[in-house]
Design a protein around this ligand. Sequence first.
Ligand SMILES: [Ca+2]
Ligand SMILES: [Ca+2]
Ligand SMILES: [Ca+2]
Length: 223
Amino acid sequence: MIRKRFLSLVSAIAICIAGTALSPAGASALDPILFVHGWSGSASNWSTMIGRFEKDGYPKSFLRAYSYNTSQSNKTDAETIVKSEVEKLKKETGAAKVDIVAHSMGSLNSRWYIKFVAGGEANVDDWVSLGGPNHGTTAANICFSTSCVEMRIGSTFLNELNAGDETPGTVNYGTWWSPCDEFINPDSSVPLSGATNTETACISHLALLTDETVYKGVREFVK
Ligand SMILES: [Ca+2]
Ligand SMILES: [Ca+2]
Ligand SMILES: [Ca+2]
C-alpha cells in the first residue's frame, strides 16, 4: 500500500516535471512591442507606458520606441522606417512576430505597413491604435505637410488605406478612442470595422499615452 502510494507520488512528480518541460521558464509567450508615435511626437512619448510594461515583466529588449520625421508621407514611413524597426526588433528578440502600439498618426503608417508592405501582415500579431485619425480629422486641415494632407478626411491616402477590409489578414486589431479628443474630429474617426474598439473616459489626445486604464486594456489586448 505504502509502495503503491509512493509510486503514484513519483508519477505525479514526473507529470509535474514533464508539464514544466513543455513550457520552460523564460520562454516568454509575450511578443515584443514596437511603439509608433504620432505627428510631431517622439520616442519619449512612450516613457510612461514602457515603464509600466517593464514593471509588469516585459524585458527591456522587448520594448522598442523610436523617433522619426513625421512630415513625410506615411507611405514612406511604412516602407522604410516601420519595416526596418520591425525587422530590428524581431532580430534582437528572436521573435516570429511583434505587436505594434501606435498613437495618433502612427496608426496610419503602421497600418499601411500591415496592409501594403510585403511581409508586413505576417510580422504582426496585435495592432493597437490610440486616438488614430483612422478616418481622418479636421484638425489636419490647418497643417500642410505631406503627412497632414494624408490625415485629412477623404484623402487619397486614407481612401486607399481603408478600401475593402480596414483590418486585413490575421492581425488582431484594437482601437482606443476618447469622446473628448481635441485633435481627432470627429472622435468617431478612430474605430475600425473588424477591430475591437474601446471608448475611454473623457481624456485628452496625449492622455491616451499615459492613462492607466488605457494601459491596462492595451496590456491585456497584446498578451
Ligand atoms: Ca478584418
Ligand atoms: Ca474630437
Ligand atoms: Ca501579442
